[in-house]
Design a protein around this ligand. Structure first.
Ligand code: XBP
Ligand code: MG
Length: 236
């Protein structure tokens, strides 16, 4: 029996990556006096590293090896730049990043049917809150019984920890829940936690491997916009 839906945030609830997270990183670099700039295409590669702090650290180590910061100071540098980034993200989401099609309807129908709502995301909790308030309603965060996010677990997706955290907080077994994701890493995390997963693809993830997903669709769709089943067996 379906008791809860567990949503990923970035790329699933809303298309936050290209036009909110990415420019927020770029503005933070600028504010820190750095001439680093992540293009739309390059950011797609960087998305393989989940977590904003982890992504900055990876970039410095892989692409800015001449950057004069000793290893022991890198942690603090990353935390500082990420904090600036989150300030800009909070400004960039407001009234600019809507929910993806069908997300609102699905959440409303779930609430009506007594299906509980939860979130399992790699993103920082402050960023999740900013998005939910702007894209859903001022009380958007209250729509979710559990918001499992960012550093609440020691390791991020594709490890299952954040989903296990959400399941524990819901006090439910994986069989009673369905995960909604947009990426291969999210799918791996949900699957490893024992969850069935529905994938809504987007521009950054459409060519990824989604084998094992319950269903892969282009979007959840509103009544006026029927969705396309790309693979999977909806009759399961
Ligand atoms: C989202 C992420 C996040 C965001 C940046 O992954 O990987 O790192 O890009 O967010 P998922 P923060 O959709 O799988 O949760 O800067 O807040 O970490
Ligand atoms: Mg995602």
């Amino acid at each position: 029996e379906l008791r809860a839906l567990i949503f990923d945030v970035d790329g699933t609830l809303a298309e936050t990556e290209q036009d909110a997270h990415r420019p927020a990183f770029n503005r933070a670099f600028l504010e820190a006096g750095l001439d680093w700039e992540w293009s739309v295409e390059f950011y797609g590669e960087l998305l393989e590293i989940g977590g904003g702090k982890e992504r900055i650290r990876h970039y410095v180590q892989q692409y800015q090896s001449d950057f004069p910061i000793p290893n022991q100071d890198l942690d603090q540098f990353v935390v500082d730049v990420h904090e600036i980034k989150n300030k800009y993200f909070g400004q960039l989401v407001v009234d600019r990043i809507p929910l993806r099609p069908g997300v609102m309807r699905l959440m409303q129908e779930a609430k009506r049917e007594g299906v509980r709502l939860a979130i399992a995301t790699t993103s920082d909790p402050h960023n999740v809150e900013a998005l939910l308030k702007s894209a859903i309603a001022p009380d958007g965060p209250d729509w979710f019984e559990v918001i499992a996010a960012g550093d609440m677990v020691p390791v991020k997706k594709p490890e299952p920890d954040i989903y296990q955290y959400a399941l524990q907080a819901l006090n439910l077994q994986p069989e009673d829940c369905l995960a909604i994701e947009d990426s291969n890493q999210g799918l791996l995390a949900a699957q490893s936690a024992g969850l069935k997963t529905v994938i809504t693809i987007n521009n950054y993830t459409r060519n990824q491997d989604f084998s094992g997903a319950e269903l892969v669709i282009d979007a959840l769709g509103e009544p006026a916009e029927p969705f396309t089943i790309l693979s999977g067996d909806a009759g399961d």
